[in-house]
Ligand binder design. Structure first.
Ligand code: NDP
Length: 296
């Protein structure tokens, strides 16, 4: 399995298991199936409301010696309701309590958007101040690295010019319909690892998995479209976190296609600037303005 090195020096397995919309009752089994299939990187978040069940599963996997804590890379995310600097450590503690873990390998600011505690009402807390509070978490030992999610270039530029820790990771929507080449170039230049979320086009939107270019390339390599999409992400130098609760798909998403230059060129041509995750539709906030060309 490909492993990337973060700007902290820590190693992160390129492919992790996504857990958004992995329902309670399913998510524990999914995490178990993933670890048994060889995953050593799990992507979670407070907002996914399934951390308790993941924690129970991890605890069993640790006690049965299926996996050691130190062999697992676990990511979680600070939810928007904890952005006030005085609430940041509380947000982390809730996640650690839910998971039953002493530390996270990576803690991301989920969105550059703050909510009034307990609501989804947008409030004016500057994400730079939230980041400064996250920087302090590193000294507690409860997070090994910190990063961001859903940040575009102007957001990152502000952090780089006014704070002291460079984010280890920026996790964003990334797939052949939204390849974000300028953000990828920017993050590579600044030694920030980009992680691709919704790499298969997310749930309920099968258009990417059934795209004729993707399915033809899959056929050529005797792989399925998921294996082409995950392989494409890894070959671009991004971490990637496909979600599945199906043991067969969890396993197959690790067995990625190795693409040649012709495949990569063909995939470049399928770009439609199609976004599957758009908070504007649920919060009325357009945090993606700065993505410019990529949103057209
Ligand atoms: P994905 O692009 O990973 O797609 C998941 C969907 O594809 C599910 O319906 C899954 O169904 C299905 N699927 C999985 N594998 C295959 C396969 N090989 N062939 C066909 N279908 C397949 O969507 P997500 O939006 O969930 O993104 C992945 C992860 O990224 C999330 O789970 C989360 O961890 C993270 N994320 C982060 C966000 C952020 O704001 N930081 C936002 C969105 C996602 P099934 O389970 O039945 O296999």
């Amino acid at each position: 399995m490909t492993v990337f090195t973060l700007n902290t020096g820590a190693k992160i397995p390129a492919i992790g298991l996504g857990t958004w919309k992995s329902e309670p009752g399913q998510v524990g089994e999914a995490v178990k199936a993933a670890i048994e299939a060889g995953y050593r990187h799990i992507d979670g978040a407070y907002a996914y409301e399934n951390e308790k069940e993941i924690g129970e599963t991890l605890s069993k996997l640790f006690s049965s010696k299926t996996i050691k804590r130190s062999d697992l890379f676990y990511t979680s995310k600070l939810w928007n309701t904890f952005h006030d600097p005085k609430d940041v450590e509380k947000g982390l503690n809730e996640t650690l309590n839910n998971l039953g873990l002493e530390y996270l390998d990576l803690y991301l600011m989920h969105w550059p958007v703050a909510f009034k505690p307990g609501t989804s009402e947008v409030v004016d807390v500057d994400y730079v101040e939230t980041w400064k509070a996250m920087e302090k978490l590193v000294q507690t030992g409860k997070v090994k690295a910190i990063g961001v999610s859903n940040f575009d270039i102007p957001h990152l530029e502000r952090l780089l010019s006014s704070t002291s820790i460079i984010p280890a990771v920026n996790q964003v929507e990334l797939h052949p319909y939204l390849p974000q080449p300028s953000l990828l170039a920017f993050t590579k230049k600044h030694n920030i690892l980009l992680t691709a979320y919704s790499p298969l086009g997310s749930g309920g939107s099968p258009s990417l998995l059934s795209d004729s270019t993707i399915t033809e390339i899959a056929k050529k390599h005797a792989k399925d479209p998921g294996q082409v999409l995950v392989g494409w992400a890894v070959q671009r130098g991004t971490a990637v976190i496909p979600k599945s609760v199906n043991p067969k798909r969890i396993k197959s998403n690790l067995d990625i296609a190795v693409l040649d230059n012709e495949d990569l060129k063909r995939i470049e041509s399928v770009t439609t600037r199609k976004r599957f995750v758009d908070p504007k539709s649920f919060w009325g906030v357009d945090v993606f303005d700065g993505f410019g060309e990529e949103t057209k």
